[in-house]
Write a protein that binds this ligand. Structure first.
Ligand SMILES: Nc1ncnc2c1ncn2[C@@H]1O[C@H](COP(=O)(O)OP(=O)(O)OP(=O)(O)O)[C@@H](O)[C@H]1O
Ligand SMILES: [Mg+2]
Length: 289
């Protein structure tokens, strides 16, 4: 029985490696409030504008705010997937630029505290739709746990968002260290948000790169920096993503540039065609725990 299960898992893993080219990206930070949700959302929209199919998944379950940033409070969140007659298709909403998103909702339920059967069902449902997408982007919310780490270990790329403040930087470093120790191979990208000058943005990125190299032996990818820009908070108040609110704002231009850079790096990596392990890894962990 156990061997059968292992065998069927192996077959499924094999199948997935050949059939999908979806990429999963997790956006996280150490410190809260540094701009993860705004970055995830506007980066997702910039990818849409480049013709990529994107599913943005608000993993800040219970405290989600992607739907609020979009001004589209969703009646369904991922938790509703366990209600009868609700499928993943009911939960995926369409935002501007035809962006698909799953709201995090409000409440106290945490997807990571569900029993095994539910997790299994959740993974299956997500996998059902994943092939439609080029990118699945997880806005991870703040905080870390063993289960969260497992999701992070399953993704293809990690984006760490920080501001130039020492408190945020210290937490960003602690987060990347935690992830690096769990998986040395995982590509880590860093993004500095709310830079008050080009100099501050560039220097903060350089410093993070140096520290990671020196103390962890880790080569970070610098995704870039987003300036401190009043457009961001104005757009939040208007519940419109800043990229759409004012495409010519400094923050918008920075996100577009960052997206171009990421895709250029991606295309380069395409030559190596990394298989999509995400669901296999998630399933393996949750079945074995
Ligand atoms: N580049 C920026 N310029 C100016 N203000 C910004 C910028 N980025 C973020 N902010 C401000 O910071 C606030 C918090 O951003 P956001 O909600 O994206 O952070 P978060 O990291 O997702 O927070 P949480 O940890 O609570 O999930 C925004 O509402 C906005 O007012
Ligand atoms: Mg957030």
């Amino acid at each position: 029985m156990v061997r059968d299960q292992a065998e069927s898992l192996r077959l499924r893993v094999k199948k997935m490696q050949h059939e999908t080219e979806t990429k999963a990206i997790a956006v996280l930070s150490g410190k809260g409030g540094v701009g993860k949700s705004n970055v995830s959302l506007n980066f997702s929209l910039a990818l849409r504008q480049r013709g990529k199919n994107v599913l943005l998944f608000d993993m800040d379950i219970g405290m989600g705010n992607i739907d609020i940033l979009l001004g589209q409070t969703s009646s369904h969140t991922i938790i509703d997937i366990f209600r009868p007659n609700v499928t993943i298709h009911d939960i995926i909403k369409t935002g501007p630029e035809n962006l698909s998103f799953i709201a995090g909702g409000t409440g106290l339920t945490d997807i990571f505290h569900m029993d095994e059967q539910k997790v299994q069902y959740f993974i299956e449902q997500l996998q059902l739709v994943s092939e439609q997408y080029d990118y699945i982007i997880f806005d991870m919310g703040a905080g870390m746990s063993e289960d969260r780490l497992q999701l992070l270990k399953a993704v293809d790329d990690i984006f760490i968002v920080t501001t130039p403040e020492p408190t945020a930087l210290t937490d960003a470093y602690a987060t990347m260290k935690y992830i690096h120790l769990a998986d040395h191979q995982l590509p880590i990208y860093v993004l500095v948000n709310r830079a008050r000058s080009d100099k501050e943005g560039i220097e903060t990125l350089q410093r993070l790169k140096q520290v990671a190299k020196r103390f962890l032996g880790k080569e970070l990818h610098a995704l870039g920096y987003v300036p401190e820009d009043r457009t961001v908070s104005n757009a939040v108040i208007r519940q419109t993503p800043f990229l759409l609110f004012d495409p010519s704002a400094k923050a918008s231009k920075a996100v577009i540039q960052m997206t171009e850079r990421y895709l250029a790096n991606e295309e380069h990596k395409e030559q190596m065609k990394r298989p999509f392990h995400f669901f296999a890894k998630l399933r393996q962990y949750f079945l074995e725990r």
